[in-house]
Structure formats: structure tokens, C-alpha cells
Design a protein. Structure first.
Length: 81
């Protein structure tokens, strides 16, 4: 299980337990936003840090016109101050 710490229309920072990911790995991100379930976006890991028993990584969305990224973009726009 992973937790998004920071999210933008371009990508997100994720905290995870001891994960089996590598730098530049392609990943599919599946999430719920604004009551829409199982939205997904393809992404690539751009930054990876490991510490004892946990990791954090930054990912960049690769599919800017997918329903998932559109939902993120809309959510970020409505949450801006």
C-alpha cells in the first residue's frame, strides 16, 4: 500500500513501505478522486529514495489525456487557493 503525499497535474510524490520499484520503472497509478472510482494513469518513476523499510518516489504522469489525469487536473484546479 502506498500513500500520495503531494499531487499535481504532472505527477505525485508517494510514500510506500518496502516496495519493489526501480528508478525509471513504468507504473500504473489507480486512485479515487471526487467520488470517481478506479481512475488510472500511466506514469514513470523519476525519483526514488530508500530508507530502512520504506521508500519514497516521485512519479510523472505519461498519459495527459486519460480520464485519470483529467480528474487530477480538475481536482487540483478546484483545490487551488
Amino acid at each position: 500500500m502506498a500513500k500520495a503525499i503531494n499531487i499535481s497535474e504532472c505527477g505525485m510524490l508517494v510514500l510506500a513501505g518496502d516496495s519493489d520499484v526501480s528508478s525509471e520503472s513504468p507504473v500504473e497509478v489507480v486512485f479515487d478522486i471526487d467520488g470517481k472510482r478506479d481512475l488510472s494513469a500511466m506514469a514513470r518513476i523519476r525519483h526514488l529514495e530508500r530508507t530502512d523499510g520504506s521508500s519514497s518516489f516521485g512519479i510523472q504522469f505519461l498519459t495527459p489525456f486519460s480520464d485519470g489525469v483529467r480528474a487530477v487536473r480538475s481536482h487540483c484546479a478546484s483545490s487551488s487557493v
